[in-house]
Every structure is written in structure tokens, then in C-alpha cells.
Design a protein. Structure first.
Ligand code: TRP
Length: 331
């Protein structure tokens, strides 16, 4: 256990869960559990940087946990926990914030995008969001962080901050590395394949929810945006088809080349029909398990309590070192 490398990742409980959450994140984490010491967090503190209804936030926090387990994350192997249960995240975030330059946060593209979209709620949490994310990662002496390419810049900050702290005091943090999967690090919107699939997309045909009925899934795939080239090929000139191929490959595990070959003389129609079937089959057992977990609040409670206790031990150890090196008097 001790010499396993550490992995940390998290999902925000900020919207209904989509195929993108599952394929782009959680599904990839399952295979890592035996080889690594994994921490899978529900990052509720991050999610309040945009307004949340308390009741929905509570429900969605449990939903993310239920998805983790339905997808195959085993709480006996990995540490599943809720971010706000381990107060060290906030505490380390404060210390790191005093070592983060305004310029670094101003450069964050996600922040710049959010400013453009959400001018009514320009709170300072949105601005310092990447510092909290760095604290999440650094507290657990994380070696590897599986994230989509949209989070790479945030991870870069975590790396810079770890090195900055280590250089200023002495070796304290592991410098984390990104772990970005080869095939399609992100699942894109079905109507606008230039943006990430998310429930906040304006067009409901753009995303597939884990809870969508099979007919709905079939309809959304049928209507998904492609192009007029009419060839099933994975390339940047065909972003819609590329995204569908990514989904296909992520679910079946087949190589992209093999899928291209299989549909060489076939049109989009047939490709889409098959893809819709594949998605429906994949989600069926996950949805069933997910509902089982959601109906067993006692079990969910046990998992997050045990998880928080395990996470807290590790996090406290790092935080103690940080406080000591900073010059705070131990209690
Ligand atoms: N910012 C990440 C996202 O929106 C979520 C997140 C928060 C995270 N803390 C993290 C991901 C730490 C990896 C590691 O996807």
C-alpha cells in the first residue's frame, strides 16, 4: 500500500450527471484502483463558486458518489470522500493562496470564460478556484491526476505551487503530473462539438444524461451533429464524427482504426444506430446500480464517513508539515 503511487481526482456535484462525466472521467478511474492508491473526491466546495440550491447540492453530492460506485469504484480499494468533510483543503488553500500571484489566476482560461458567461456572479471563489484545486491535489502527495485537457492549466498551477513551496522551505510536496487519456480526453456536446458535454449546455440534444431513457438516447444520437463528408473518420475536420468515435471507442475499448474500418463503406446512419445501442447497453447496468445506491442512504453515509476519516489522516499529516514550515506554532 505504502509504495503505490497516489492518484487524486474529483467531480463537481453541480448538475445532472451526463455521459461526459461518466466516459470522460469516472469510467477511466476504475482501472486504476489496483495499481494506485486512489482518492476520488466529490468537490462540493468548488461547486459553490456558481450559485447552488442547497437541496439540489445535497442530492447531487450523493449522486456523484453513487455514480462513482455504480461505475465500479470500490470503496474498499479507493478512498471516496466529500471535499467539505476534510477541512484541510480550505486550510492549505489559504496558505497556497498567499503564494499565488494575481497574474497567474488572471491567465486562467476557465476563469476568463466564466467572466464572459456569468457576469452577475463574479465572486472571488471563481478566481481562487485553481488554488483550492491545487490544495486538493497536494494534500495527498498526489503523483498523478487524471483530468480532461480543460483542467491542464489548473494542474500546471498545482505543479508550480508545489515547487514554489518546496523551494521556499524544503521538500514538502510531490510535484503532480497530469494523466490525460490518449483517446478523447473529453466528451463533447453532441450539437456543438467544440464545447464540453455538460448539462449546462443550452440545447438538451447536446448531452446525454445517465438517466435518459433508451429512446431519448437513440434520438439524441440520431440528431447529433456530423458533417457532409459522409465518412466515419477520426480527424479534426470532422469534430462531430470524431466525438462519436471517441464515445464508441471509450465504451467498447475498440481501437479507432478498427471502428473506422468497420464503417468504411457505411453511412452515418448505420454508425449512429450501432452507437446508440452501445450506449444504451453500457448505461443500463450502471443506471440500475446507481439507483440501488441512491436508495441506500445508510450505505452512502458509511462510505463517505469512512472515506473522510481515511482522507483526513493523510491530509492532516501534510498540513501539519506545511504549518510548521510556515512558522505557525503547533497547538
Ligand atoms: N476542476 C475540476 C473539474 O471541474 C474538478 C476538481 C476539483 C479536480 N479539484 C480537483 C479534478 C482535483 C482533479 C483534481 O473538472
Amino acid at each position: 500500500m505504502e509504495d503505490k503511487k497516489v492518484i487524486f481526482s474529483g467531480v463537481q456535484p453541480s448538475g445532472d450527471l451526463t455521459l461526459g462525466n461518466y466516459l470522460g472521467a469516472v469510467k477511466n478511474w476504475v482501472a486504476l484502483q489496483d495499481e494506485y492508491d486512489c482518492y476520488y473526491c466529490v468537490v462540493d466546495l468548488h461547486s459553490i463558486t456558481v450559485p447552488q440550491d442547497p437541496k439540489n447540492l445535497r442530492r447531487r453530492t450523493l449522486e456523484v458518489m453513487a455514480l462513482y460506485m455504480a461505475a465500479g469504484i470500490d470503496p474498499n480499494k479507493s478512498t471516496i470522500f466529500i471535499q467539505s468533510h476534510v477541512s484541510s483543503h480550505i486550510e492549505l488553500s489559504w496558505v497556497l493562496g498567499t503564494m499565488t500571484y494575481l497574474g497567474e489566476l488572471n491567465r486562467m482560461t476557465q476563469f476568463k470564460d466564466k467572466i464572459q458567461k456569468n457576469e452577475k456572479n463574479l465572486n472571488s471563489g471563481l478566481f481562487t478556484y485553481p488554488v483550492l484545486m491545487a490544495a486538493d491535489i497536494l494534500l495527498y502527495q498526489t503523483d498523478l491526476v487524471p483530468v480532461g485537457d480543460d483542467q491542464k492549466q489548473h494542474l500546471e498551477l498545482a505543479r508550480d505551487l508545489s515547487q514554489r513551496f518546496n523551494n521556499k522551505y524544503s521538500d514538502t510536496f510531490i510535484v503532480p503530473e497530469p494523466m490525460i487519456s490518449k483517446v478523447g480526453a473529453r466528451i463533447m456536446d453532441l450539437q456543438d462539438p467544440t464545447v464540453k458535454m455538460s448539462k449546462s449546455g443550452d440545447n438538451e440534444n447536446g448531452y446525454i444524461l445517465l438517466m435518459d431513457a433508451p429512446d431519448t438516447i437513440r434520438r439524441k444520437i440520431k440528431r447529433s451533429v456530423t458533417d457532409s463528408m459522409n465518412r466515419v473518420k477520426y480527424c479534426d475536420e470532422q469534430p462531430g464524427v470524431k466525438n462519436l468515435l471517441t464515445i464508441y471507442s471509450k465504451i467498447t475499448g475498440e481501437k479507432i482504426e478498427n471502428i473506422e474500418e468497420k464503417y468504411r463503406d457505411k453511412g452515418y446512419k448505420e454508425f449512429k444506430i450501432d452507437l446508440a445501442d452501445i450506449i444504451v447497453e453500457e448505461l443500463k447496468p450502471i443506471r440500475e446500480k446507481y439507483l440501488e445506491y441512491m436508495n441506500d442512504k445508510k450505505y452512502l453515509e458509511k462510505v463517505y464517513k469512512d472515506g473522510a476519516a481515511k482522507a483526513e489522516k493523510v491530509a492532516r499529516k501534510t498540513l501539519r508539515k506545511v504549518y510548521k514550515k510556515t512558522g505557525f506554532i503547533p497547538r
